[in-house]
Design a protein around this ligand. Structure first.
Ligand code: GLU
Length: 540
């Protein structure tokens, strides 16, 4: 029946109930319940249209319409959660092998997690295999970070995306060399020794460079010299021959390997190597050799498919199935690997889990649940659109999950002692929030949360005095309190620190436990050091 149809049914029902005059408010509620994903503007438009249509019916027509719908029954259930991941028709015949292939030159963040969780999900659904492969063959510009394997694996594990196998391209250089040699021997590639600007000028004009025509035997000889380190960096580039007429100049004779004289690498197996394959070459070879059947990667790699297909054709291989997906952003969070890295190096960020970053570590440390990130990513589906992940949505989902396990308690940045005169000769002492008491004056009555009511009799900068005035729930300001407090330190979402005192019941908690501080929000215990409890602010 569709959204418009459903809206109209309810408009008719509403009109019957209100003398032929339906109102859009009620219809909006119904549409929202049935189609929660529809944005509010569209919902309003549809509701208004439906109301207009229903209100234009005369009494008879309205009755007829109503009876028709009455027969069909009114109660509609929200539609089954839409399946956003396309089905793999081919998976009946082929095994599903996916891979997540980061260049480990920076941390794992929400932007690249989209590829990882989708790849894992498809492998899981089809009883296939999910490979983690580090595309770490750039030892100069995008050098790998230290401990990349541990860091990526920890984060993947947290997201329930453990790989079945792990590979490092930097361990496989000899494999790429053998394919480079084959392509040179067969005349599918050439070593270009032209100055790069000259080569570029030619290729722009769709002209072949003279090196392209040098005999295969000579090419292979030169390649051997390159491997031995006898050719200087910047003087020789291996290029795959492509269609020179190709409309995208970057595709024409794309580079497959080059020389790096002083390669810096974390992998001891890669030290001392002179020839380094491009991502495009290594990744293309590996996708085939590792029997990858489904490649899921960023939209920016779509043209790389075109490049790699030349190589696949030469080698007689079948190119894997591909999904290219759009970029994601999260307003207010940094999601650029290079900027994150730069910021950390400059000391702008405290580390990879600085709460201002969109890294998986930062989300984890700050107290987000992995299911929340995954749901938000799945919700974007598989498409090439660039998407914005909404904070409000992440927080909403996370709140639902953490609320039951977060004990509610008071937290004050500055406490104030409250002396209560309970009965003749009987005094009680509590700690309250100095800030909350700023607005109260002598004579005001306040309710101590879940306790009783007191009337302020005297206020000093460090102390307040009050009389007990009853236990009945009254319409008076409610304030938090505790008998004994504990020092806590909270790292907020902007990396600033809040020091204060929390209810001593926090003392029984452990690292990883969550609390809800009145007036502040959800926090997670990050560490307990020498009796001091350090927390991270999760969200309001
Ligand atoms: N190393 C590439 C990246 O990090 C992977 C692209 C691909 O999956 O082919 O973007």
């Amino acid at each position: 029946m569709g959204i418009e149809g459903d809206a109209y049914r309810y408009a008719v029902k509403n009109a019957i109930l209100h003398n032929g005059k339906a109102s859009s408010g009620a219809i909006v509620g119904k549409i929202k319940a049935l189609y929660p994903k529809l944005d509010i503007k569209k919902t309003m438009e549809i509701a208004l249209e439906a109301v207009k249509k229903a209100n234009s019916l005369d009494e008879n027509e309205l009755k007829k319409e109503f009876e028709k719908f009455e027969k069909q029954g009114w109660e509609l259930k929200p539609k089954e959660k839409e399946e956003k991941l396309p089905l793999l028709e081919w998976a009946k015949k082929e095994k599903v092998v996916t891979r997540y292939a980061p260049n480990p030159n920076g941390p794992f963040h929400l932007g690249n997690a989209r590829t990882a969780v989708l790849s894992k999900e498809y492998a899981k659904r089809h009883d296939g295999k999910f490979i983690l492969r580090f595309d770490d063959t750039d030892p100069k510009v995008k050098k790998p970070i230290a401990n990349a394997e541990r860091i990526f694996k920890e984060d993947l594990h947290w997201l329930d995306c453990d790989p079945d196998e792990t590979f490092f391209a930097s361990d496989r250089l000899d494999i790429y060399y053998s394919y480079l040699k084959t392509t040179l021997q067969k005349g599918f590639a050439y070593i270009c020794q032209c100055k790069s600007e000259e080569w570029r000028e030619k290729i722009k004009k769709k002209q072949a460079c003279p090196c392209r025509e040098i005999k295969a035997r000579e090419q292979v000889k030169l390649f051997d010299k390159m491997l031995k380190g006898e050719v200087k960096e910047g003087t020789a580039v291996i290029r795959i021959k492509t269609n020179l007429e190709h409309k995208d100049p970057s595709t024409r004779d794309w580079w497959a390997a080059k020389i790096v004289d002083k390669a810096i690498h974390t992998n001891p197996n890669a030290i001392g190597k002179h020839v380094w394959p491009s991502y495009n070459f290594a990744s293309a070879i590996d996708d085939h050799l590792l029997k990858v059947t489904l490649v899921i990667r960023g939209q920016e790699h779509e043209q790389n498919k075109t490049k790699q297909e030349f190589l696949y054709k030469y080698l007689g291989w079948k190119y894997p199935h591909c999904f290219h997906i759009g970029r994601i952003s999260l307003p207010g969070l940094m999601l650029s690997t290079s900027k994150i890295k730069e910021g950390i190096e400059k000391g702008q960020y405290s580390g990879w889990d600085d709460p201002r970053l969109g890294t998986i570590r930062a989300f984890r440390r700050r107290g987000f649940k992995p299911e929340v990130l995954k749901e938000a990513l799945f919700d974007l589906g598989v498409n090439t659109n660039d998407s914005v992940v909404q904070w409000a949505k992440l927080i909403d989902l996370n709140k639902k999950l953490i609320e039951p396990e977060s004990e509610r308690m008071a937290f004050f940045e500055e406490p104030l002692q409250l002396d209560i005169h309970l009965a003749p000769g009987q005094m009680g002492k509590l700690l309250v929030n100095k800030k909350a008491f700023e607005k109260f004056k002598k004579g005001n009555v306040v309710r101590l949360r879940q306790l009783f009511n007191v009337k302020i009799t005297k206020k000093d900068p460090l102390q307040v005095f009050a009389d007990f005035v009853g236990t009945a729930k009254v319409n008076k300001p409610i304030v938090g309190w505790f008998r004994e407090g504990k020092d806590v330190e909270i790292v907020m979402d902007d990396d600033s620190k809040k020091l204060g005192i929390a209810d001593n019941k926090i003392a029984g908690k452990e690292k990883g436990d969550r609390v809800y501080f009145d007036g502040l929000g959800f926090c997670i215990i990050d560490a307990i050091e020498e009796g001091k409890i350090m927390l991270r602010f999760t969200h309001k």
